[in-house]
Ligand binder design. Structure first.
Ligand code: BGC
Length: 382
């Protein structure tokens, strides 16, 4: 009997430890210990292209954490408290590299060389036509077949006033059809104010289009079984860029006023989504016009009390309501990722800019430096 009691106590203790790892971290076991020390740690995470892959955990002074892999510069977990102090991850992601090697639709990925679509998978620059792989119908999407989301980046870390992860990647002349050797550096910082700051830099030796973004899928409840249609969104954009049936911008810039695209005041995402064929998957023309770091969008959720603010120096924001998610993939906690169970707010230049001279230019030339900044800031409203 005594032995049986001991055994049951042991089992109970084990299951308590297991469930606390799952609930608190939503990620690598033990990663989101609330007593975790501020800084950055590195865990071996497997291999891709015969290169070592790591998972980096950035912990701020509050013990909140962002986990990022140098495979695809992927943000796998963004672990912050809700209004009751319970921590879980507000982004869709996996606990192991294998999930990412199966090529999910850009979960948390660092997207490039050209984020979003290029019509007919080609563009003409300085009189020369460049052909890209058509990996999305007849169009090119998110950098092509093997974009920056599927390569292993070199990584360095700094444990200074803030945990800082620097990723670099040398994209070769002709890679995925793009001209020029492009050297890309991306810095991820996680501040004590729960801001994930992403700073993108690049230089090239030939003129090339460039449009780097992060493709995190957010669900502020931290539970993909809750739809994001109940989240409330405000976008500081009086205009958007309409698209054709293959989601290529038509070249027009239209007022959002009087349309389901009007998020200039806070609006429930689900309120008018039925009026938008296929759901939201559109570029919003930010009133800031890009250049300086300004508030682009504010997302709130009443279940968790969480608020997410997006600041960017980019002129555009792709608001995508996870229309093509279909429940076949499961989140790190085993829950199916259904349509509208997560949303993306991708800061960017406008889709198909290389073929739309009327849009802000996305061309980087030798001698210039590409530099953009985006900040995802989370807070709680009680
Ligand atoms: C695009 C969607 C696409 C998704 C995943 C988004 O950036 O706008 O159309 O389905 O990425 O690839």
């Amino acid at each position: 009997m005594k032995r049986l009691i001991c055994y049951s106590v042991f089992l109970l203790a084990l299951s308590a430890i297991f469930s606390s790892c799952r609930n608190n971290t939503g990620g690598v076991a033990g990663a989101s210990d609330s007593t975790a020390k501020k800084g950055i740690t590195k865990t071996a995470w497997g291999q891709s292209d015969s290169k070592d892959v790591f998972l980096y955990t950035l912990t701020n002074a509050k013990g909140n954490q962002v986990q990022i892999s140098n495979y695809g510069g992927t943000v796998t977990h963004f672990i912050v408290p809700d209004k009751n102090g319970n921590k879980n991850s507000i982004v869709v992601g996996y606990d192991s590299l294998n999930g990412y090697l199966a090529h999910p639709p850009y979960f948390g990925a660092l997207v490039g060389r050209y984020g979003n679509r290029i019509g007919n998978a080609q563009f003409t620059l300085d009189g020369k036509t460049y052909k890209l792989a058509a990996n999305n119908g007849k169009n090119s999407l998110h950098g092509g077949i093997k974009g920056f989301d599927k390569v292993v980046w070199d990584a360095t870390t700094v444990n200074d006033t803030m945990p800082l992860l620097t990723l670099t990647y040398q994209s070769k002349d002709g890679e995925e059809g793009f001209p020029g050797n492009l050297k890309v550096t991306v810095q991820y910082t996680f501040t004590d104010n729960d801001e994930l700051k992403i700073e993108y830099n690049a230089v090239t030796d030939k003129a090339t289009p460039i449009n780097l973004t992060n493709h995190s899928y957010f669900n502020l409840t931290g539970d993909v079984s809750n739809t994001i249609l109940n989240h409330t969104l405000q976008i500081n954009a009086d205009n958007y860029t309409p698209v054709d049936t293959s989601l290529i911008t038509t070249g027009e810039i239209k007022l959002v006023k009087g349309t389901p695209f009007d998020f200039t005041t806070p609006m429930k995402i689900g309120a008018r989504i039925d009026l938008v064929k296929g759901g939201y998957d559109h570029n919003f023309v930010l009133n800031s016009k890009g250049g300086s770091l300004q508030l682009a969008a504010t997302l709130t959720d009443s279940i968790s009390g969480r608020k997410l603010e997006v600041f960017t120096t980019e002129p555009g924001l792709q608001f995508y309501t996870g229309n093509f998610l279909d429940g076949k993939l499961t989140n790190h906690d085993g829950k199916p990722i259904n349509q509208h169970s997560a949303l993306c707010m991708e800061t960017q230049h406008f889709p198909d800019s290389p073929n739309k001279p009327q849009f802000p230019s996305c061309i980087l030339r030798p001698g210039s430096t590409y530099h953009t900044v985006t900040v995802y800031k989370v807070s709680v409203e009680k």
